[in-house]
Design a protein around this ligand. Structure first.
Ligand SMILES: [Zn+2]
Length: 493
């Protein structure tokens, strides 16, 4: 009898009996339920636009009252006594039933019975209100934690997330006291909250809504997450689980998965996805698409320059091959990567750093190297980048008269000059940026560090330094300083 009503797919457990408004004749075999199987009854409550799922377990031997908590007692009694339930005539709500095989070996991930998101991209917003600094020190740290959790899912199945920035909007679907049933605003908001259903040791709560034709299939059109700011001992654990709900996964029937949770399993504090989680995500979205992109081209200065191996900042997921005699080089970067490729000089050819905003297709970038080290060497650690914390600090120390032993620890990533002596030697250069008679840390050094830090105006470069009063100074405006730096230092400020 049950086989006529429920279909068990070898790979997926589908909630096969979905009937938004239809007359439903669901026949139960109470003997089958109590002796042979577990049945999970989901009661679906309809709102005009919003559907929220509540779950209640009906497990072998579970008391009638548990079931009756969700359906009225007479229906529950009918269900358990092998009577027919006609949903359409008895109530406006409906429900579906998922039948698990008697052996239990069908236990696996559970979806909401929807198709997931379409397209497979979730645009989301972050609301920083009430963020506890003890859990996330800054807004950026909170966003980074959320993105890290999302990346775990994107790495194993074809779902993508796009952060659209900060918002003052709340998680609308959460409703009053995070009990659900709130209005759909089509904004996918991740916010902090507490109270109501999000209290005690509930660390997060996520509501999703879906829409589609009568009878389905339904696609998810909104997901809102609230993170408990009053109790969250492990934010990463909270986030990876809640993101699982956001993409359309319900609590798994498998214990010890990220998505484990009531009614058939219990929560576990996992932050790493398991095979069951991955199978669930792939069931909804398919396997991950290749997200690697290629940046390649040639590095030349007249002829090709061999032996350039770019370093990347940020470096995660990036690998580069050394250029060959033609100058051809290649790097592989994650899709969407934004950052800078840089290299120490090679055979007295300076390699200009290459900046990319978002690599979403394969990119050709040819690089023209620059000859020699100019009379003003700003890249004293020779890593291809001009940076205040390393190069600037070394230059100022030299101006202040430090000896060759005082330049340790000033090599940036990928630097060719790594020893104190090598960096000291590289600072033997012309840094008289103001044009004054002497090279002084208080003026020339300060200007150089300010420019390295991004100062690009009269006020920001000269402010408080009194460059015009320095004996012999000729460069007292940003344009004059910029001209001197670009001409004398071979820079592109
Ligand atoms: Zn959950």
């Amino acid at each position: 009898m049950l086989q006529d009503l429920f279909e068990i797919d070898a790979n997926t457990i589908h909630p096969m009996v979905e009937h938004p408004n239809a007359r439903v004749r669901t026949v139960f075999d109470s003997t089958g339920i109590t002796k042979n199987s577990k049945a999970l009854i989901h009661m679906r409550v309809f709102y005009p636009l919003l559907r929220t799922i509540f779950c209640i377990a009906l497990i072998a031997g579970t008391s009638l009252s548990t079931y009756a908590a969700a359906l009225d007692a007479s229906e529950a009694r009918q269900a358990l006594s092998a009577t027919e339930i006609d949903v359409s005539t008895s109530r406006t709500n409906d429900f579906f039933i998922r039948f698990l095989s008697p052996s239990g070996d069908e236990s696996k991930f559970v979806t909401f019975g929807w198709l997931g998101w379409s397209p497979k991209v979730i645009h989301w917003l972050y609301n920083d209100a009430n963020r506890p600094s003890g859990i996330s020190a800054t807004p950026a740290a909170a966003v980074a934690s959320i993105q890290a959790a999302m990346s775990k899912w994107s790495a194993v199945c074809n779902i993508q997330f796009v952060y659209d920035g900060a918002t003052a909007s709340g998680p609308s679907l959460s409703g009053t006291n995070f009990t659900g049933g709130g209005p759909r605003d089509f904004l996918n908001v991740i916010a902090w909250g507490t109270g109501g259903s999000l209290s005690g040791n509930t660390t997060g709560i996520t509501y999703v809504s879906a829409s589609g034709p009568s009878g389905g299939p339904y696609t998810i059109n909104e997901g809102d997450m609230a993170i408990n700011y009053a109790f969250n001992p492990n934010l990463d654990v909270t986030l990876v689980h809640e993101v699982g709900h956001m993409i359309g996964l319900n609590h798994s029937d498998v214990q010890n998965a990220v998505m484990s949770g009531p009614p058939l399993t219990s929560y576990v504090s996992l932050s790493t996805l398991t095979a069951d989680d991955i199978a669930g995500c792939q069931n909804l979205y398919g396997p991950p698409v290749s997200t690697a992109r290629t940046i390649n081209g040639s590095i030349t200065n007249g002829g090709g320059i061999a032996g350039v191996t770019f370093c990347a900042r940020p470096s995660a997921g990036v690998s580069c091959t050394a250029s060959v005699s033609s100058g051809a080089y290649s790097c592989t970067v994650p899709n969407g990567w934004a950052g800078t490729l840089h290299s120490p000089s090679v055979a007295n050819n300076r390699i200009p750093p290459q900046t990319f905003t978002a690599v979403t297709t394969n990119v050709t970038r040819n690089v023209t190297a620059l000859s020699g080290i100019p009379s003003c060497n700003l890249d004293v650690d020779n890593n291809g980048l001009i940076e205040a914390a390393t190069d600037g600090a070394a230059i100022v120390r030299r101006m202040l008269g430090f000896d060759a032993t005082a330049f340790g620890g000033l090599a940036g990533t990928c630097a060719a000059n790594t020893t104190s002596a090598a960096i000291f030697s590289a600072t033997s250069s012309n840094y008289s940026v103001t044009g004054g008679a002497a090279t002084r840390a208080a003026t020339d050094g300060a200007v150089i560090v300010r420019v390295m830090n991004g100062a690009k105006s009269d006020a920001s470069v000269n402010g408080g330094l009194g460059l015009a009063n320095e004996p012999g100074s000729t460069n007292t405006t940003w344009s004059a300083i910029q001209s001197w730096l670009n001409t004398t230092c071979g820079s592109t400020f």
